[in-house]
Structures are given as structure tokens and as C-alpha cells.
Design a binder for this molecule. Sequence first.
Ligand code: FES
Length: 196
Amino acid sequence: MAAHTSDMAEPNRRDFLVIAAGAFAAVGAAAALWPAIDQMNPDAAALALSTTEVDLAPVAEGQSITVLWRGKPVFIRHRTPDEIKEAQSITEANIGELRDQTAENPMIAADALALDKNRTLPGKEQWIVLIGVCTHLGCIPQGQAIGSPRGDYDGWFCPCHGSHYDAAGRIRKGPAPRNLDLPTYAFISDTKIKIG
Ligand code: FES
């Protein structure tokens, strides 16, 4: 990762915080509902209510935002062309390099391979949407704010015990057993997604 100086990092971090604060504000009502729904042992109808819509238009290439969905952080990253290329460099031929070779994507078959195309939506490869909870013991990985550690594979880094995830959220190094999970989500307009 490129070195940075504090005077470079500061404006970027502020940009991120402004966007993150806006995203939290937008989903605040839905997130606040969750504890009440949770206590009722939700049936499908209650679960259907707990969706979150997020406008991605303000998220520039290279930026990430975090939103809350069903009490969990969801990482949304607008990937750069380099990150997409890196993520797509895992193919059927070299998938053996991955510890967890399944897509961990509830929207497709359970045994689908962890190729980048199986962890993104068709035509929207620039967006990766992940549940931001480390699959080891549940810490929240770093790498969302510009300048925060992204690990050896340009994705996310969990500082609790040193798990490195790549730009598709796949576990590449460290103790975590599985790729970061994807939530169910869909684009409801060109720049808006609905999670859940
Ligand atoms: Fe993330 Fe242990 S909880 S590495």
C-alpha cells in the first residue's frame, strides 16, 4: 500500500466520514427498527421490512461507505479498475490459491465458485457489497476509510488476529476460515441498491 502522510490522509478521511455519516442518516430509521423486530423472532414478513436502500451516487471510485443492515455493518466499495482486475485474476485455473473457494453469495448456488463475477452483480463489477464482519471471530475489518490498512491483498484487514481479505472480500491470509459473506441486494436504479 502506498505510504501516506497525515496531511494527505486528513482530507480523504474527512470525505469518507461525511459520506458515511450521510449513509447512516439515510438508513437510520430502518436500522433503529431492527432491535424491536429481532425480539419478535421475525417471520418472513418482518424480515422483508428490514431492508435498506442506499444511494451510491456520491461514492467516488476508490471510496467506500459503511451502512448498517439488520444490525451489521455492510461494506460497499466503489472499486478502481486495478482492484477489479486484481479481483478477476482468480479464475477456474488458479482458484486453488483460495482457502474458501465458494462464493458465499446467498443470491446464487451454494457451491458457486468464489470468482469475482460470482461476488458482484452482472454489469456492476465496480461495486462490491459485503457484510463487514470477519469470519474468524467477528471483528470489523479495517480498510473502509481511505488510508486505513487494507492488508496484503488490497482489500480489508482484520487487526484482531491478522486476517487479510482481497478486493473481492475473499480470505487470503490469516486465521479467518471463510470469505466475507455477501448480503442479498439488488440495484433498484442505476445508482441505488436495496439491501435485504
Ligand atoms: Fe478477524 Fe480474528 S476476528 S482475524
